[in-house]
Design a protein around this ligand. Structure first.
Ligand code: CUV
Ligand code: SF4
Length: 640
């Protein structure tokens, strides 16, 4: 049997033992640093250790020039062998690899969206008692936006029509996605001209797999263009559907207070973490932890109560809507277990490190999986369905309560006090805060008080000092009077250093300080999870439509400073294809192709009106973004 603690050191690897263990170089956060020390003392391996064991990483893979698409290969491109067995060159191989990389991301978000449609369907068809429509107003609003008759109709009946529209967005029969009604006319014309109007979500994903089969699309720019179309189907399709349905089921987020960092764990309570992406599971766990019977059961086992906290995106979903505190982002998921205070992690899918099972085994921490499509060897599987969600959630919470009885209190270390944050800035909430329309925001942009808007989104990656780039970029931008919108794991990064509090306006430039100060909001607004980047797309479209321009004309940008996932690449690609200049802290695995690299960081600008910028240094990245915003402002006839 494999030992989970005291893992075998990789062989011949003196570097690991000799290397100075410098937690300050690994993360900017005190809670992470303390837990990295604890992990070291307890001989528990983390992502940082494993990255080192994997180093140096394969150059062929890193630059995207290793092809495993057929078994005449694998082929790797070098000076000596510039073509694969089939004749594919570096450009084709990189384009195919990147196409499939984006495909994984678009599929992830979109399959999550499909799960949301199935949930909505179960509700409107009366097939579930466990889930309800918390927000019928949103259902009616979205339906009428999509051209479905709502007047004098039962909301469930309207909902059935809406479900049909959403399902057909996944199929091949539609000409274009339903939510393209939100896209500014100029942008839609650009997509038509390029032949990249997104049709059905599944169609674009399947077509990418087809195109990248041996012997199909052997023209790198053409493959990349389809990548853009497929990612647009994610952003304006799968992700947008996921966000809108989640609002219908669980409520549209409104501003509320919450707390972040490992200090949200409670020494004397049963601690349960939810991790993954889809609120359909985590919302049920939230209900169960508030069940008086279960709280009583926890008390009978010596705990003071049951404490729920979030990780990653499902944490963002619960925080935005219900104010549930956030224990940490991607690189904190392992370290949360190292506190020794976690009884249970309940997961659905995406971004869940398999190592959590291994580290859980070093403590009393159990992991429960809930989706048949995301099982983890060593975890317990409690399949969640629309019919059994409440019962499964109660069973999960009971398992956690039993776990408290065997917790080794001597090993518990919760190293920090939590930090307050303000969350819940859906577009509806932002418009509400502005007094009912976007006009005050647009006026502030015109007057140069808010010079631009940047979404900082995405992950952690142990190749960077955790959250250093995420936080530094946000600080630099707000100094320059640029409003920051945060989603995904960046949220926790910025929350932990106090940037999600109204007091953070003291770090902002004078214009942003004035506007946010008068509204009582932070200079960094938390707008949700990764699929909620669709909210940012919608906000850009609303502003562009108000001004009668294309999204590419707006003084806006996106950034993912510490990204790692296929999904983050898909988000970046739909942002660029939507006309939003997008900064990445590190490049995707495409540098082995000059054609692909040049297109990504330059050529796309002429094609779709935006491109990527790759810059690991967050201060330099802020300058790049600022320069772009200046030029867009000038293009609109505004002072830079
Ligand atoms: Ni998508 S933001 S690690 S969990 S994709 Fe996952 Fe949200 Fe990055 Fe964080
Ligand atoms: Fe090699 Fe071509 Fe097969 Fe790729 S598709 S593995 S380059 S032969």
């Amino acid at each position: 049997m494999q030992l989970f603690c005291n893992p075998p050191k990789s062989t011949g690897d003196e570097k690991v033992t000799e290397k100075e263990f410098n937690v300050e170089a690994m993360s900017i956060h005190k809670d992470a640093q303390a837990m990295l020390h604890k992990a070291k003392q307890e001989d528990i391996e983390t992502a940082w250790d494993r990255l080192q064991n994997q180093s140096p990483q394969c150059k062929f893979g890193d630059t995207g020039i290793c092809c495993r698409i057929c078994v005449m290969g694998p082929c790797r491109i070098s000076k000596k062998a510039p073509l694969g067995v089939c004749g594919a060159d570096a450009d084709v191989i990189v384009a195919r690899n990147f196409g499939r990389f984006l495909c994984g991301g678009a599929a992830g978000h979109s399959d999550h969206g499909r799960d949301c449609i199935e949930a909505l369907e179960a509700i409107v068809e009366g097939k579930t008692k466990d889930y309800t429509l918390a927000n019928p107003e949103k259902l009616l609003a979205v339906a009428s936006e999509l051209g479905i008759a709502t007047e004098n109709r039962d909301v469930m009946e309207v909902g059935r029509d809406l479900v049909d529209v959403f399902y057909s967005d996944f199929a091949s029969r539609k000409k274009e996605l339903a939510f393209l009604c939100r896209v500014p006319q100029k942008r839609k014309e650009k997509w038509q001209e390029l032949g990249i109007t997104p049709r059905g979500v599944d169609r674009e994903i399947a077509e990418m797999m087809h195109r990248t089969h041996m012997g199909c699309d052997n023209d790198a720019p053409n493959t990349l263009l389809h990548g853009a179309r497929m990612c647009l189907a994610d952003g304006w399709g799968g992700s947008m559907i996921a966000t809108e349905i989640s609002d219908m089921l669980f409520g549209t987020p409104t501003p509320k207070k919450s707390k972040v960092n490992l200090g949200v764990l409670k020494k004397d309570q049963v601690n349960i973490l939810v991790h993954g992406h889809n609120p359909i599971v985590s919302e049920k766990i939230l209900e169960a932890v508030n069940d008086p019977e279960l709280i009583e059961l926890a008390r009978s086992k010596g705990a003071k109560g049951i404490n729920l906290a979030g990780l990653c995106c499902t944490g963002n979903e619960l925080m935005m809507r219900k104010g549930v505190p956030m224990a940490g982002n991607h690189l904190m998921t392992e370290l949360a277990i190292v506190t020794g205070a976690v009884e249970l992690i309940v997961v659905d899918y995406q971004c869940i490190m398999p190592s959590l099972v291994q580290i859980g085994n070093c403590y009393h921490t159990k992991m429960i999986t809930t989706a048949d499509k995301a099982k983890f060897t060593g975890a317990e599987h409690y399949k969640f369905t629309m019919e059994n969600g409440s019962a499964q959630a109660r069973a999960a919470v009971k398992l956690a309560i039993e776990g408290y009885a065997v917790r080794d209190h001597a090993r518990v270390d919760i190293p920090i006090e939590p930090v307050d944050i303000l969350t819940g800035f859906s577009n509806e909430a932002i418009v509400g805060a502005l007094g009912g329309s976007l006009t005050p925001l647009i006026d502030a942009i015109k007057a140069g008080k808010i010079r631009g808007i940047v979404g900082i989104v995405g992950c952690n990656n142990p190749k960077f000092k955790q959250d250093h780039c995420n936080v530094t970029l946000a600080r630099e931008l707000i100094k320059k009077d640029i409003l920051v919108l945060a989603t995904g794991c960046v949220t926790t990064a910025l929350g932990k250093v106090g940037l999600l509090l109204p007091e953070a306006i003291d770090q902002a430039g004078p214009g942003l300080k004035e506007i946010c100060g008068s509204l009582g909001v932070p200079p960094v607004l938390h707008v949700g999870s990764c699929v909620d980047n669709a909210r940012i797309l919608q906000a850009c479209a609303l502003i562009a439509n108000e001004l009668g321009v294309d999204i590419a004309d707006l003084p806006v940008a996106a950034s993912s400073p510490e990204w790692y996932s296929e999904k983050a690449a898909a988000i970046g690609t739909y942002a660029v294809a939507s006309g939003i200049y997008t900064h990445l802290g590190l490049p995707p695995n495409i540098l082995g192709s000059e054609v692909m690299t040049n297109l990504a960081v330059k050529g796309l600008d002429d094609v779709v009106g935006a491109c990527f910028a790759v810059e690991p240094d967050p201060v330099k990245a802020a300058t790049l973004i600022d320069t772009r915003i200046k030029s867009k402002r000038e293009g609109l006839g505004l002072a830079p």
